[in-house]
Write a protein that binds this ligand. Structure first.
Ligand SMILES: *[C@@H]1O[C@H](CO)[C@@H](O)[C@H](O)[C@H]1NC(C)=O
Ligand SMILES: *[C@@H]1O[C@H](CO)[C@@H](O)[C@H](O)[C@H]1NC(C)=O
Ligand SMILES: *[C@@H]1O[C@H](CO)[C@@H](O)[C@H](O)[C@H]1NC(C)=O
Ligand SMILES: *[C@@H]1O[C@H](CO)[C@@H](O)[C@H](O)[C@H]1NC(C)=O
Length: 467
C-alpha cells in the first residue's frame, strides 16, 4: 500500500515537473527571437544593466537544468546534490562560452527598451553593421604612404560595396574627386575609377565640376555617396568624378584622386568638404584633423592622417603644440612672423598657408632672392635654385606665435633626378610671384600639424623622429 502511494506521488511529481519544464521551454523560445533581435546591437555594450540581465539569466538556467535532472532521476532526495552539480555545470558553461548567455533575455527587457544613450549607441552599432563602417568610433587615423618625399597619399573608399581609392590629402584645396568611369584621358586609364552603377548608395547630382591645377583643368560631374576613411564614414558626401584630367599633372601620379581639406569657401560648386561633413553629421565629435608626415624617402609608413582625435604622440612625441589663429578661412592661412636663414632675417611678418598638396616651400620673389643670396645657389628659369650637393646650408627658422620652428639646413636642400637621370641638388624654396608663403611637405614633414576647424586655428608640434 505504502509502496503504491509512493509510486503515485512520484507520478504526480513527474507530471508537474514535466508541465513546468515545457512551459519554461515555451517561454524561453518566445524570448529568444527577441534576444536574437537585440543581441547584435547589444553585444558590444556591457553596461551595469546588461550585466545584471546576464546574471539573472544564468540563475534561471541553473534552475532549469536542476529540474530536468530531477525529473530524469526521479529522486527527490538527490535534489540538492543535483542542483549543486547543475550550478557547477552552468558555471563551466558560462566560462567556456560567455556568448551563450545572451541566448535568452527576459521579456520585460522589451518594456524597458526606452531610448537611452546606450541603446542609441546600439542603433548606431546596428547601422554600422548594415553599412559596414563604425559609427561607434568618433575618431580614427590612416597611414600615409610617402613617395620620394614628394607625395603623401592615403586610402579612402566610396560606396556600397566599397570601391577603393588612393587619394592625396590636400589642405590647399577643398574638393574631393576621384577618377570617373567615362574619362578617356591617359591619366584616367592608369587609375582606379569610381563606378556609380556599382554602388547601391550612389545618389545622382550631375552638377558640372571643374578645378584648375598647375598646368590644366580637371573636369567632371558631382555625385553623392558614402565616403569612408580611417575607419570612419561620412554618408551623403558630395564629390566629383572626373571626365577629363590634364595629362602632365596626373598621368604619373600614384593616386586616383584628391581629398581637399581646406575650407568650404574655396570649394568648387560650394560642396561641403569631407571633414566638415563629418563634423556636421557628428561622425567625428572633435572637429579637427592632423597630419604627421615622415621623411626618409619612399615608404608605406610615411606618417599618418588623424581625424577627430589628434593624439599624435606616436609622431610628435612629447612636443606640445603651438597654435596660431587662421587669418583667412579658405586655405589654412596664418601669420608667419618671420623667417631666418642662419642669423639673417629674410622675412618679416608675412601671410603663409600650410599646403600638404605642395612638395616644397614657395616664397614671393623678394624673400626668395634673399634666401638664394645666403645659400649661394643658382636660379634657373623654372624658379628653382641649384647648388652643389656638398653645399653647407644654414638652418631655417620660422617664427610662429612667438615660437621658433627650426629646420636643419641639410633638410632644406633637396636631391632631385633630372629627366636625364642625373641627381642634382636644389633649394627647398621655390619662387612664386606673391604672397602667401606656401609651406608644403618640406615644412610639414618636420612638424605634426593640427588643423582645428572648431577653433579656426593651426597647431604645430616639433617632431621627434628622424626626418
Ligand atoms: C511563462 O510565462 C507566463 C506568462 O507569459 C507566466 O505566467 C508563467 O509563470 C511563465 N512560466 C514560467 C515557468 O516561467
Ligand atoms: C543619405 O545617404 C543614405 C545612405 O546612403 C540614403 O539612404 C539617403 O537617402 C541619403 N540622404 C540624402 C538626403 O541624400
Ligand atoms: C549637387 O551638389 C551641390 C553641392 O553640394 C548642391 O548645391 C546641389 O543642390 C546638388 N544638386 C542636386 C541636383 O542634388
Ligand atoms: C584620444 O585618444 C587618446 C589615446 O588614444 C585617448 O586617451 C583620449 O581619451 C582620446 N580623446 C578623445 C577626446 O577621444
Amino acid at each position: 500500500m505504502r509502496c503504491r502511494i509512493l509510486v503515485l506521488c512520484a507520478l504526480i511529481c513527474l507530471f508537474v515537473i514535466l508541465t513546468e519544464a515545457r512551459q519554461r521551454k515555451a517561454n524561453r523560445s518566445g524570448s529568444r527571437s527577441l534576444a536574437a533581435r537585440y543581441q547584435r546591437s547589444n553585444v558590444r555594450h556591457q553596461t551595469g544593466n546588461r550585466l545584471a540581465v546576464r546574471s539573472r539569466n544564468l540563475k534561471k538556467r541553473g534552475l532549469n537544468s536542476a529540474k530536468k535532472n530531477r525529473r530524469r532521476r526521479n529522486l527527490a532526495r538527490k535534489n540538492r546534490r543535483q542542483r549543486n552539480l547543475a550550478k557547477r555545470e552552468t558555471k563551466a558553461k558560462s566560462s567556456s562560452s560567455s556568448g551563450s548567455s545572451f541566448a535568452s533575455l527576459p521579456l520585460d527587457f522589451e518594456q524597458n527598451f526606452v531610448r537611452t544613450t546606450d541603446n542609441l549607441r546600439s542603433e548606431r552599432v546596428f547601422l554600422a553593421a548594415r553599412y559596414g563602417f563604425s559609427f561607434a568610433k568618433t575618431s580614427g587615423s590612416t597611414i600615409l604612404k610617402n613617395t620620394a618625399n614628394m607625395e603623401y597619399t592615403c586610402k579612402l573608399n566610396i560606396g556600397t560595396p566599397k570601391q577603393k581609392f588612393r587619394v592625396l590629402p590636400d589642405t590647399g584645396s577643398s574638393n574631393l574627386w576621384v577618377t570617373g568611369p567615362h574619362c578617356k584621358s591617359e591619366a584616367c586609364r592608369k587609375h582606379e575609377r569610381y563606378y556609380p552603377k556599382k554602388s547601391s548608395t550612389f545618389v545622382k547630382n550631375g552638377t558640372k565640376f571643374a578645378i584648375q591645377y598647375g598646368d590644366g583643368a580637371l573636369s567632371g560631374v558631382l555625385a553623392e555617396d558614402i565616403v569612408r576613411i580611417a575607419g570612419l564614414a561620412a554618408p551623403n558626401q558630395t564629390f566629383a568624378i572626373s571626365t577629363k584630367e590634364p595629362g602632365d599633372t596626373f598621368e604619373a601620379a600614384n593616386f586616383d584622386g584628391i581629398l581637399g581639406m581646406g575650407f568650404r569657401s574655396i570649394a568648387v560648386d560650394n560642396v561641403q568638404p569631407l571633414v566638415q561633413n563629418m563634423c556636421a553629421q557628428k561622425v567625428i565629435t572633435s572637429c579637427k584633423f592632423a597630419i604627421c608626415m615622415k621623411g626618409g624617402g619612399s615608404s608605406s609608413r610615411g606618417g599618418a592622417l588623424f581625424f577627430g582625435n589628434t593624439s599624435t604622440k606616436a609622431y610628435s612625441g612629447s612636443n606640445s603644440y603651438t597654435y596660431t589663429p587662421v587669418t583667412k578661412k579658405g586655405y589654412w592661412q596664418f601669420n608667419l612672423q618671420n623667417i631666418y636663414v642662419g642669423d639673417t632675417k629674410v622675412s618679416g611678418s608675412v601671410q603663409a598657408i600650410v599646403d600638404s598638396g605642395t612638395s616644397l616651400i614657395t616664397a614671393p620673389t623678394a624673400i626668395y632672392n634673399k634666401i638664394n643670396k645666403i645659400l649661394g645657389c643658382t636660379e634657373t628659369s623654372s624658379g628653382e635654385c641649384y647648388m652643389k650637393c656638398s653645399t653647407e646650408v644654414k638652418e631655417f627658422k620660422f617664427g610662429i606665435a612667438g615660437k621658433e620652428f627650426v629646420i636643419p639646413g641639410k633638410k632644406m636642400m633637396v636631391k632631385v633626378k633630372t629627366s636625364k637621370g642625373k641627381t642634382i641638388c636644389i633649394s627647398a624654396v621655390q619662387k612664386v610671384q606673391g604672397e602667401p608663403v606656401i609651406l608644403g611637405d618640406a615644412f610639414i614633414r618636420h612638424f605634426c600639424t593640427i588643423f582645428d576647424l572648431a577653433n579656426s586655428r593651426i597647431g604645430f608640434a616639433a617632431t621627434t623622429y628622424s626626418t
